[in-house]
Design a protein around this ligand. Sequence first.
Ligand code: HEC
Ligand code: HEC
Length: 307
Amino acid sequence: MRYFTLSSMTKRILFTIAILLGWVTARSQGNKIPAGNAGKEILYGKDLIARTAYYFGPNGKAGHLTNGMNCQNCHNYAGTKIYGLNLSATATAYPQYMARTGNIMSIADRINGCMQRSLNGKKLDTTSKEMKAMIAYLKWLSKTTVKQPGSSSILKLAYLDHAADPLKGKAIFVQKCQVCHGVTGLGLLAPDKTVYTFPPLWGDDSYNDGAGLYRVTTFAAFVKSNMPFGTTYKTPQLTDEEAWNVAAFVNSQPRPHFDQSGDWKDLSKKPIDFPFSPYADSFSEKQHKFGPYQPIADAQKSTTKKN
Ligand code: HEC
Ligand code: HEC
């Protein structure tokens, strides 16, 4: 009798383990890199995103195309960090209409947007092995089970009711950023001079003024959830005010220029914080760059209503 009780209990335990194992396998299957060439391509793509400078930087092994930064410097953990410019939903979102260019963009075009602006570099041939590998990685990533809580790659901040202040931002930079990014903001190259240990925040090797981070709202949101390094959106170390101010300071420092004369042909689609005129409204370049943004948003809303 006792034997039977134990046996049915054992059966029950074995059954539970089997279900758990099945569940774990099913969960991890979405995440598993396939064997063979397909898997190699995905891993190559991931490495290109994590160590871009090793391949494309000033001393790059696959050609000199970029400024020495890595995609991962911004798209943290190869694009998998929640609200760290997460890329896990990206592959399924393209091709996509982009108001900046007024065109339908493929994912390769969008990657090249970051090559030219965020990495202040040259476009990659869209048929190259490297472009294909990065896309293969992003496609694989979009099938993984780990998704960010919201649909956004970054957790936007509420607007301040006043302009962000670069001078106050400088004090934050000195207290909380320069220990890694350097007193001069130019970052720290690794001893092999190929990859940055701490990437630059301005200067010749930084993102140019056509990049997403050059917009104060994007920079403030990124920094709030991710900096100083080790921060997550659950453990922010800056107040919103500090994040806005340090964004205003860093984006007032010198950096490469990108010819954006072809962008935003439809002025009404320009983002509120786009720092270069002309605009569809009469607010100054300075207000567009540093805020306060709410009056601009309100004015845009009332124009849309009238039309
Ligand atoms: C200096 C920071 C920075 C670097 C470096 C950078 N990016 Fe980006 N990237 C951004 C920002 C900011 C956005 C816009 C995100 C947004 O608006 O939500 C973006 C957007 C993208 C998007 C579109 C995401 C989407 O879901 O629509 C892709 C794809 C992308 N980057 C790929 C890359 C790749 C690949 C590299 C390296 C070759 C790279 N980026 C380097 C900052 C950067
Ligand atoms: C403990 C070191 C450390 C501190 C302190 C720190 N950062 Fe960073 N930061 C990093 C590292 C490392 C990266 C690259 C992350 C990666 O590659 O995974 C980075 C990346 C960045 C990036 C994106 C890449 C670039 O260079 O444009 C920005 C913007 C940034 N940090 C801003 C800041 C700001 C603003 C502060 C202060 C509030 C700050 N960081 C404090 C280490 C630090």
